[in-house]
Ligand binder design. Structure first.
Ligand code: URP
Ligand code: ZN
Ligand code: ZN
Length: 460
């Protein structure tokens, strides 16, 4: 059924203009004033509203076996939550354990999403080991439509790779034109610091941040970028939390290394004092790299605004407070790492970024959608509003006020890190390839519409 969005203020990464948008057969076919539509068309009145391209979350975990448990939620729940927050495409991290074969992991993660996702999806392929078998299977996976790898310098013994593997994976990626996304923390330094703190009787969640200080993350960034420079591989530092780590990446970029930077909505809004909340409440705010001192906020916002930080993601990794975060009572190193935010990323960014004047509307779209599409081989199919692009559209009411709460969110987790915050701006209508999936801020779609997006390597 055709879709006409009327009278909206259309925002792309470069333009803001009043227009109608007409969509047929999954794509945008006309953009302009006073467009006609057949009686069969769904018509959405967007007067006084903003119309954005569907947002892309480039760093999400849905199926995540991790730290002795599994992240909460499935595609059935989390893809609806994504859409309620305006995210029409998510990129999930495939995180196999070191004993798993890459191809089997790729098939498993794909089967978890197939037929269950309301939004479109693709994956970064976790390269958690390197040997002849892994090499040939990683090549096969790239041919099957994944054009980015994920490596972990942290989590030794689980997902982490050693330096010989790091060297080989970056070399392979360069030869295939694949970008390598990387979790940068020095694993040995973290392990040593954890042991030291526990031996001193420092066991609560407030000790998570001191166990992985900013210097340890910065060291990870320096390590990764030095290795990437050897081969000229494109790399993308995920969840960058603090000024020194961003500076390390920018220094590498100034030396000619092809490096891009992601930060998370959590790092822009929350800070380490949340992990210090009493009665183990702090465990809700344990993730890695940790929430930092508030003094980092200004630097992160400024560098997101000027484009030095390319993208804003969530690293959505939900673990219930009850029964999961509680696994780490008495030992902070056993608290499952992760903070849910898939549903709230773009509304929080609008409220704290656009409304306050920290971010322009264009940059809001750029960091929340366009940059990720360009970096990960989805542009211009995704990430923009152009004739020929997929009809992924978000109609946004910039005036609507509401209070965030776990009682009303769609994510399958028992708390919300932004609980009680009153924000301005609401996602009202969302289409995915021309099908209306959210209307009047309620999910009206189905869990079969989402499609696996094949991506071509574009980092030669
Ligand atoms: O704490 C985090 N970030 N949990 C999810 C796994 C990861 O490191 O991305
Ligand atoms: Zn990570
Ligand atoms: Zn992650």
């Amino acid at each position: 059924m055709p879709l006409l969005i009327r009278n909206g203020k259309v925002v792309t990464s470069t333009d803001v203009f009043k227009s109608d948008i007409y969509c047929e057969d999954e794509t945008i076919t006309r953009i302009g004033p006073r467009l006609e539509a057949p009686p069969s068309a769904t018509v959405i009145d967007a007067a006084e509203k903003l119309v954005f391209p569907g947002f892309i979350d480039p760093h999400v975990h849905i199926y995540l076996p991790f730290m002795g448990t599994y992240a909460k939620g499935t595609y059935l729940t989390e893809s609806k939550a994504a859409l309620a927050g305006g995210t029409t495409t998510l990129i999930e991290m495939i995180c196999p354990s070191r004993s798993d074969e890459p191809l089997a992991a790729f098939e498993l993660w794909k089967s978890n999403a197939a037929g269950k996702s309301a939004c479109d999806f693709t994956f970064h392929m976790g390269a958690t080991r390197f040997d002849a078998l892994a090499e040939s299977q990683l090549k096969e996976i790239v041919s099957a439509g994944l054009s980015s790898f994920k490596i972990f310098l942290a989590y030794k013994g689980a997902f982490g790779v050693d330096d010989a593997e790091l060297f080989a994976i970056l070399k392979l990626a360069k030869s295939l034109g694949v970008i390598v996304t990387a979790h940068c923390e020095n694993a040995d330094a973290v392990a040593a610091k954890q042991r030291e703190l526990l031996a001193e009787g420092k066991t609560g969640p407030e000790w998570h941040e001191p166990s992985r200080p900013e210097s340890v993350e910065t060291l990870g960034v320096q390590h990764l970028t030095a290795f990437a420079a050897i081969h000229g591989t494109s790399c993308y530092i995920v969840h960058t939390s603090c000024e020194p780590a961003v500076r390390a990446a920018l220094e590498a970029r100034a030396r000619g290394t092809k490096v891009w930077i992601e930060t998370l909505i959590q790092y822009l809004i929350l800070d380490k004092s949340y992990a210090e909340l009493p009665d183990f409440e702090g465990s809700k705010f344990v993730m890695s790299p940790p929430l930092r001192d508030r003094s980092n906020h200004r630097f992160l916002w400024n560098n997101l605004a000027n484009g030095s930080i390319s993208t804003i993601a969530t690293d959505h990794a939900p673990f219930d407070f009850k029964g999961q975060k509680e696994m780490g009572r008495g030992n902070f190193t056993l608290i499952p790492n992760g903070i849910p935010s898939l549903e709230d990323r773009m509304c929080m960014l609008y409220h704290a970024g656009v409304k306050t004047g920290r971010l322009s509307l264009n940059r809001f779209v750029d960091c929340g959608s366009t940059e990720a599409a360009k970096l990960f081989g989805l542009y211009p199919r995704k990430g923009t509003i152009e004739v020929g692009s997929d009809a992924d559209l978000v109609v946004f009411d910039p005036q609507h006020k509401r209070t965030i709460s776990a009682r009303s969110h769609l994510m399958a987790v028992d708390y919300n890190p932004f609980e009680g915050m009153t924000i301005e701006g609401r996602v009202e209508t969302v289409s995915v390839r021309g099908k209306v999936m959210v209307r009047d801020a309620a999910f009206v779609g189905d869990n079969k519409h989402g499609r696996f997006l094949k991506r071509e390597p574009n980092h030669f």
